[in-house]
Design a protein around this ligand. Sequence first.
Ligand code: ZN
Length: 509
Amino acid sequence: MSCRSPLTVKLITWSLPVSIRGRVGPEYTQVRVQESAGVQIEFYGAAGEVTGSCHILTVRGKRILLDCGMIQGGRDATERNRREFPFVPADIDAVVLSHAHIVHSGRLPLLVKRGFRGPIYTNAACGDLLPILWRDTADLGLREVERINRRREPDDPVATPLYELDDVERALKLVRALRYDTKYEPLTGVSLILRDAGHILGSSSVLLECSDEGVQRTIVFSGDLGQYDSPILLDPYPFEQADLVIMESTYGDRLHRDREATLAEFGEIIAAADASRGNLIIPAFAIGRSQEVLYLLGLHYDAWQLCDWQVFLDSPMAIEASEVYWKHVDRYDPEALRLRADFTSMPQLPNLSLCRTADESRAINRVRDHAIIIAGSGMCNGGRVLHHLKHNLPRAECHVVITGFQAPGTLGRALVDRLPAVRIHGELVHVSATVHTLGGLSAHGDQEDLLRWYGNFTTRPPVCLVHGELPQAQALRARLEARGGRAWIPEPGFVLDLATLTEKGVRSS
Ligand code: ZN
């Protein structure tokens, strides 16, 4: 049967995500700024784990926060997010934000709620995504506490959200949208340049140049690094010089399948779901994975016989984020630019439905076969994907495609680990559907990508490996050290003196 769409194939669309995870973290003593602090870097989040990115650079007594992300996954994530910051928010002079993902940006409204009043520097496209993510997070938090308070016993304390819309709006007023490849001086003695990290739209690696009483240091903070040759976005920027590199290590121990094999596998999964006459659920981050999946579905519309399917983008946040993706064509790779040039409007999948309302989302439950449902959250720890999973996991004819990293403790990780049953909305749900992991669609580079990125440095600068669980970070450290580099895996509270590149210890209570 022919699958020629009336528009002749192509498509382009895009969406949004969120991440999550968690482990037990230590308590900290808040330490006020010492004017004699020198030039140093402290690590307070994404240290030995993947969420809660948060580091502090101190220069001339001024403090710059690199990211302020939400902790996700694990039973104690909610409690950890509510703890006092291990520093005084009002003491932070500026924030530099690598990208919009909630595990990098999600606690900035909380930082503002607790007293931060400085500027938040980030790329302009990231600045366009932040209102979507933060308002959604505040809204979800509000609904969650309403649910908890409805069930509250008279003696229980009243639950309150982490932050509210007012905090979000105050935080948004502090955002300063920067261009890539342009030098800025946010504070005396500190300059910064944002470079495209190729991870999601608006993602940056950050070059920071610091000077203090004759000490000059260049630091490169990788942020999250995309895969090379991934759809839509450009490759990660190649830096050549640094005194210290702060580098992510999410997939520091493994290799993704290559693009061709990944696409072939995606096509085979769709064919298998077609043959079994089931649905295909794709949990996806609203920013990045959703757009990439839609892009690929459009690109392979004929080859994958997609005219037999209904495609649902069931996420208001992903729909909004897609509009932002569509706007920033200046960040596309040549293939996406060519496709973009052929179209005058956004989603070009003729059978794509954009589901904004809850009623539209629920209506999908009546579709028993040939529905491709793209919904958040990306790690299945909340959002509309939960009710789709509840309806489809018990059915052997259905399939689930995992496209991104799944933190320990999340429902997504339970599916990746092939648990025979999972709990959704308090109910035990048996997993009869087939779960596939398409690592090749990850927004993160694999070990070879990370080594390739590091290999651009003309020397072998020392590295602090962050944003990775310990096994992944340790594997990457071994590879880096084999190449002559020195690498630390900072634990929370680790302080490094940048003047001497020596450890100053671990700050703890
Ligand atoms: Zn990210």
